[in-house]
Design a protein around this ligand. Structure first.
Ligand SMILES: Cc1cc2nc3c(=O)[nH]c(=O)nc-3n(C[C@H](O)[C@H](O)[C@H](O)COP(=O)(O)OP(=O)(O)OC[C@H]3O[C@@H](n4cnc5c(N)ncnc54)[C@H](O)[C@@H]3O)c2cc1C
Length: 390
């Protein structure tokens, strides 16, 4: 009797994207091994806010992907995998001046055009819906059906549910190509050579050197703050508060890949724990420190939005590094020149939202099935590698 062995998938990177790929590939019948240079969720995934948000996405492919991303969270929650990890809640988008009003108005049109449920709150009705908001805020758009999830909790659930093995402290340094042209048969790692039938590159910023894409993938730091618990204040704020400047900081195309200036976009997120997460900055650096100037400015802006936050003590500050692309869209798809290598990287500030959906797409690509979204805007081949550019 012929014994067929399971196909071996090696996943480079155990952040949320690698973990979701492991989950969906193991359900599709692959024997999955994850390799991480450090440990699960030690990259951007472990130092993120956790907005599972359509509201924060640019109209077009990212907004459409985020809608499917939120659905994937709901499906996994329904399946019990994200029980206690994914919290559904609204995002309140707030405009504080005329420039932000214009951004909010245009964004609301794009959201409702994509079928997203919105509600406009004005004056007293707003202050009844969101308590303790500054009286200077006169209107807000509530984006319903959004959620929040902590990246390292999601990652840990997905890895546990996948049954995959995880090699920690195992850095992938290069590839070994097979005698069969167009395919890769092993990874050269700090722990020796590891053979695989399928390779998934989900290494965040580490994908840049592996793919020769250093000019297309750039680090973008974000600083975040976490307060002590303030359950009463937290309970009166039913969703994330997002200043329209957040969209402007994320979106401002003229500063996207250039300059050393930092951008601020305020988000005040009431956590399940009764704490508040306050963010954040966008800075063109891979350095992971926090600094007093940024912390002070974030606190001042948060208190201007919710004056009673001045009674709440700051517990900790931290920073993480996003992996950004020149056009603001991730790379998801086959790596040119190989029939058995997939890449999923470059998620900037959207990978918590899009990570589980991406894992599903990775498994669909591996099995040659139609994908959950059109992948042409995310085609990795839109960026030339250093080799091709030379
Ligand atoms: C401050 C901040 C706030 C954010 N807020 C949000 C938010 O609210 N909502 C949202 O959706 N997203 C948010 N993000 C973005 C989100 O965190 C990332 O997009 C997402 O975590 C990327 O996941 P990943 O798996 O692609 O990469 P990572 O989490 O960076 O994981 C990559 C892994 O690969 C490993 N690795 C790298 N190179 C190698 C190698 N050569 N060999 C082996 N292993 C390697 C690393 O050790 C790492 O563990 C935020 C990010 C930051 C920094």
């Amino acid at each position: 009797m012929a014994v067929t062995r399971k196909l071996r998938a090696a996943i480079v990177g155990a952040g949320i994207v690698g973990a979701a790929s492991a989950y969906f590939l193991s359900r599709a019948g692959f024997a999955v091994q994850m390799l991480d240079a450090a440990a699960p969720a030690s990259g951007a995934t472990g130092s993120a806010d956790g907005a599972v948000s359509v509201a924060s996405k640019r109209p077009g492919p990212m907004m459409e992907a985020a809608i499917r991303g939120v659905e994937t969270y709901r499906d996994l929650h329904g399946a019990g995998i994200f029980e206690g990890v994914f919290k559904e809640r609204s995002t309140f988008m707030l405009a504080q001046d005329a420039a932000e009003d214009a951004v909010l108005e245009a964004h609301a049109v794009a959201l409702s055009g994509n079928g997203v449920e919105l509600r406009l709150h004005r004056e007293d009705a707003l202050h009844r819906t969101v308590q303790n908001l500054s009286r200077a805020i006169r209107s807000a758009i509530e984006v319903r059906g959004e959620g929040h999830a902590i990246g390292y909790e999601v990652t840990s659930r997905l890895i546990a549910a996948s049954g995959a093995t995880v090699a920690r402290g195992c850095r992938v340094n290069g590839f070994r190509t097979a005698s069969r042209s167009g395919s890769l048969d092993a990874l050269e790692t700090s722990a020796g050579t590891i053979e695989a039938d399928l390779v998934v590159l989900a290494a965040g910023g580490g994908s840049a050197s592996l793919l020769g894409l250093a000019s297309a993938l750039r680090p973008r730091k974000g600083q975040l703050l976490v307060t002590e618990r303030a359950p009463a204040l937290n309970a009166g704020i039913r969703g994330s508060l997002m200043s329209c400047r957040y969209l402007m900081s994320k979106d401002s195309t003229e500063t996207r890949m250039t300059g050393s200036g930092r951008r601020f976009g305020l988000v005040v997120d009431p956590l399940r724990t009764g704490q508040f997460l306050i963010g954040g900055t966008r800075e063109e650096t891979a350095e992971r420190g926090t600094d007093a100037d940024a912390v002070r400015r974030l606190l001042v802006e948060a208190v201007a939005l919710v004056p009673r936050l001045r009674e709440v003590r700051l517990l900790r500050t931290f920073a993480g590094v996003r992996t950004a692309t020149a056009d603001g869209r991730p790379l998801i798809g086959r790596v040119r020149g190989f029939d058995n290598v997939l890449v999923a990287t470059g998620f900037e500030g959207d990978g918590i939202c899009l990570g589980p959906l991406t894992g599903k797409i990775v498994s669909q690509l591996a099995r040659g099935e139609p994908t959950a979204i059109d992948l042409s805007p995310f085609d990795p081949a839109r960026f030339a590698t250093q080799e091709q550019a030379a």
